[in-house]
Structure formats: structure tokens, C-alpha cells
Ligand binder design. Sequence first.
Ligand code: UDP
Length: 327
Amino acid sequence: MNKVLVTGGAGYIGSHACKALKAAGFTPVTFDNLVTGWRDAVKFGPFEQGDLLDRVRLDEVFAKHQPIAVMHFAALSQVGESMSQPGLYWRNNVGGSLTLIEAAVAAGCKKFVFSSTCATYGDQDNVILDETSAQYPINAYGASKRAIEDILRDFEAAHELQHVIFRYFNVAGADPESEVGEFHQPETHLIPLMLDAIAGKRSALTIYGDDYATPDGTCIRDYVHVCDLVDAHVLGLKWLQSDKGSRVFNLGTGSGFSVREVLDHSRAVTNQTVPHHIGARRLGDCTKLVSGSFRAVEELGWQPKRSTLDQMISDAWRWHQTGHYSG
Ligand code: UDP
């Protein structure tokens, strides 16, 4: 059986990965504690409820399904929350990942795809962020992900755990067929919050600071479509299957957009005004995060197809109007 254990498969990116894995001929087995994920989002393979800190449960699931690989998405991922509750991030992200990695190695499952983040790079002015850039995270979220990258390297040295690390830039958009989409409660991410404000589901969007050293004063991010992102994961899995060894890949487009630019595009795509006001900076936010790497394109053969800002907003808007989960 071509089973892949997908932690966080009930979440935003994990559920899209399950769809892509199924389309590529794999069977995604979702492992999720449903704290932030949704049972309704598990549509493409078996579901196993459990927590990454529960080693006994993990051992059971590895023994039952005997996956050929792990795709590890499950994590807490809010920059602001990581600054106010760092213990939660270190325990859940680092402790949970370590438990998972140990369980995988014990079960003889030694191919591992890991969701890391551009937040591991931190705020580096005028530095092209590629996979060789130094990592100086400025928030606990980024620090927790960098620590997991270190764990993977140590487990490769000691136990031959082959891994692909993907450092995501800002993931956006939704499945064009609206089978799955982004649905966080509470929502903290820019594009869904903007769409909520447009739809009148919440009051005005707060722009977190307009006094950054950028042309319009708001933070710049590199947005990548969730479908393109998960396509890269399938390619990463195939990379590991062909024994090419461990590798790190940035997943971004190389184009940066400020918060104000995202707002302008949202207005154009939806043809509606975006109620907003300027607020204080959010603790832990980097000024600019844009990928300067084409490694995934050159080495994995990754070809982003939907990662224009307008396409991402328009796919997110379609999902926003039609899709949601209730449990
Ligand atoms: N942002 C904002 N208002 C919001 C949410 C986000 O101005 O209500 C900004 C945030 O400061 C950052 C960008 O939008 O510069 C993207 O934030 P998001 O939380 O979506 O992703 P992150 O970059 O933190 O992973």
C-alpha cells in the first residue's frame, strides 16, 4: 500500500495535500487532534484522531497503516500567539515533532517531509533569502520550526532519516473545486480576514502597522497558492522515493506584495471595498519575507500554476462564499 501519514491532514494545508496525494496515487492517512483542524476536511483517505505528544497512539497508527512516508503539517502557526505563549509553541511544535520523529524511526518509516517556514530566516534587510541563508527567527513560531529542522538533521546522521524540508512563504488560496479551503477559528491570516471584512462577517480589517521601511510602510510577503505548495510536496515525496537524499527547498514565488497591495488586489477581484484601518505593529512580524530561490523549480521540477495574487484571492473568495466546515 502506498500510504502516507499526513499529520495535520484535517487542517488547511494538510487537507489540500491529502487531495493532491490521492490524485497522485497515494493513500493519505490523516493524523490530527482536531484542535485546529476539521473532521469535515478529511475526505481523501482514512482518519486517525490523536495527538503528536501521545507516543502510544502514534505507535498504534504506524503499526496499523505501515506508511511509506510521513508528511508533517501539524503545528501551531500563528506568529502573534507564539510571542504571547511561547511555551505552547515549544511544547506542541518541537515536543510533538520530536515524538513523531522518534515514532517514525522506531517503526522503520524513514522518509519524512516537513513543513517549515520562511519565519526561520527572520528579518534580514537586503539579503536574498535562499536555502543557504542564515536563520535568525525573531518569533517563537519560527524558532520552533528551526529547532525541528535541527532535530531532523540529527536524526538523519544517527538513524538515516531522509527528509525534505519545505520553507513556506505565505500560503493562500483554496482548492478551485472548493472541496477544501482555509477555515481557521479564530482566523488570523490576512487574506481570509480581508474577505471576512468585505463580506461584512467582521468589522474592519486592521493593518498591523504602516511605519515599516517599505515603499508604502506596510509589511511585504511572498504569497504562494496552496495547490502549488502541495504539488511541491508530492514532488518532494517522489524525490525521497528515488533516494536523492535530504534537501531543503523554499516555496515562494519571488514576488513580494505589501499588505496595502493585497488590499488593492482584493478590492479589484471582489469588486467591493475593504473596510480597514491602521493599527499598531504586531509583535514578531518581519518587515519583508520574499523568497530568492528557484531551487524547487530547478531540482524538483516544481511549476507553480495558480500563484498569482489575483488567482489566490479569487480562489479564496469562491471558497469563502460557498465552503465552510461545521465539525
Ligand atoms: N496582517 C495585517 N492584519 C491582519 C493580519 C495580518 O496587517 O489582520 C499582516 C501581517 O502583519 C503580515 C501580513 O499581513 O505582515 C501577513 O500576515 P499573516 O498573519 O497572514 O501571515 P504571516 O506572515 O504572519 O505568516
